[in-house]
Design a protein around this ligand. Structure first.
Ligand SMILES: [Zn+2]
Length: 428
């Protein structure tokens, strides 16, 4: 009897509570729950955007204002502003001149953040960006994501206090072999502090080599290596920091079809290149463009800060021919290739060399010497043709350039054999 009485009381209380809770209250409670069940929570210190509101019907695409909530607080399906655009900024070292060409002075970094603020460009968190893409949350019409790459301690010591001052969320893409390796590298403890402050920690491979580097690897060992670089680095970050590592950045922004497959199977929500674009709602999740700061090319970042760069192609659109060709090409002839063409066009994608002074580019062919070469700045392709037909034999192409007073170099080899069979007969 007593048990039945208690049961009735509990049921009654439950019914009363349900009646009292409006749908709005329920929604508020759901919003308080962490989005991901795999360990990532949004800490309170992270500036959070309001829940999605129905988008105003006649909003000009580039108005800098935040959509106003409707008069009646009717909560229904999330209305996401699909016309919103996001620029993604990418920095490496925040330590002025001594950090080299990838470095920005803290004062200038602060000016960039101020310019975003002055222009009404809202800096959003990676989680808000991903939620917008999944139609779970809306974002202001003009937004920016701030990302830093590699794992330099200057992100912790110099960038962090400035970002804190503005209350801006940010994402740190790290390559795991660099962490706690001494010198200017950040430690796992410092990364844990950043995590606790709401910084999104993304993967940037294990060793930071170009993921298109197939030299000296069989197809099987290339696969295994990609797995270690992409999935291995994600898993290590998740294990060390107890988070879900949701995003990835390609070293030098370079990928090929195999890399894209591996990134897909790794389960990232978005992967970032360095082709600066205004990212639209339908942009391809595997190639989100970023504007990277290079001290010798400050105009790139100007496009981002002025919100004036090109729009990203959508998921269904093929990438621009030039971008695709550049992304797929490593060298021509391929390293280790055997060819029978005695007058091959020599080509290489120099994207993996990073930043260098184009005026110092030299292409040499073993047994021949320097050959005049053309350089396609946009796609980073160097191209040359041997002045005379090549005799059968082994050849090595050496491309060198200067970057910040240092020499950078790439080389590959191929073999020329005499044309045989039908070709040989025709050639005689
Ligand atoms: Zn990097």
């Amino acid at each position: 009897m007593k048990k039945i009485l208690i049961l009735l009381l509990v049921l009654g209380a439950g019914f009363y509570a349900l009646k009292k809770w409006s749908p709005g209250t329920l929604q508020k409670i759901t919003q308080m729950l962490p989005r991901s069940t795999k360990g990532h929570t949004t800490p309170a210190s992270q500036p959070s955007l309001p829940p999605a509101e129905p988008a105003p019907t006649s909003k000009p695409a580039d108005s800098g204002t935040i959509p106003t909530p409707p008069a009646a607080p009717v909560q229904k399906a999330v209305a996401v502003d699909k016309a919103a655009q996001v620029v993604v900024l990418c920095y490496h070292r925040v330590e002025g001149k001594e950090g080299g060409t990838l470095s920005i002075a803290p004062e200038l970094f602060e000016q960039h953040l101020q310019r975003l603020k002055d222009r009404g460009i809202a800096v959003i968190s990676m989680q808000d960006f991903l939620a917008w893409r999944k139609n779970e949350k809306t974002i202001p019409p003009k937004c920016a994501l701030i990302t830093l790459d590699d794992g330099y301690v200057s992100a912790f010591e110099n960038a962090r206090p400035i970002l804190k001052k503005f209350g801006y969320p940010w994402t740190y893409f790290i390559y795991t072999k660099f962490i706690a390796s001494g010198g200017k590298s950040i430690t796992w403890e410092q990364l844990a502090t950043l995590r606790d402050e709401g910084v999104e920690i993304g993967a940037h491979t294990a060793t930071h080599q170009s993921l298109r580097e197939t030299r000296g690897k069989s197809p099987e060992s290339y696969d295994a290596w990609l797995k270690e670089e992409i999935i291995g680095s994600k898993q290590l970050i998740e294990k060390k920091l107890g988070v879900r590592c949701a995003v990835f950045a390609y070293p030098e922004g370079r990928y090929n079809a195999k890399v894209l497959d591996m990134v897909k199977s790794a389960g990232f929500d978005a992967s970032f290149t360095v082709y600066g674009q205004r990212v639209t709602h339908s942009a391809n999740a595997e190639k989100i463009g970023r504007y990277a700061w290079y001290s010798r090319r400050p105009q790139d970042m100007e496009l981002a800060l002025n919100f004036s760069g090109p729009l990203s192609p959508s998921e269904s659109e093929p990438p621009a021919a030039g971008e695709l060709a550049a992304a797929m090409l490593l060298t021509q002839p391929a390293n280790g290739d055997t060819i029978s063409d005695s007058a091959p066009v020599l080509k290489a994608n120099l994207g993996t060399l990073g930043e260098f002074d184009e005026n110092t580019l030299t292409l040499r062919l073993s047994g021949v010497g320097p050959i005049p070469a053309k350089f396609d700045h946009e796609n980073k392709i160097i191209e040359a043709k041997p002045p005379q037909p090549l005799k059968p034999g082994e050849y090595t192409v050496v491309v060198t350039a200067k970057a910040g007073g240092k020499k950078v170099e790439t080389q590959w080899s191929f073999k020329v054999v005499p044309a045989t069979g039908l070709n040989a007969t025709l050639n005689r």
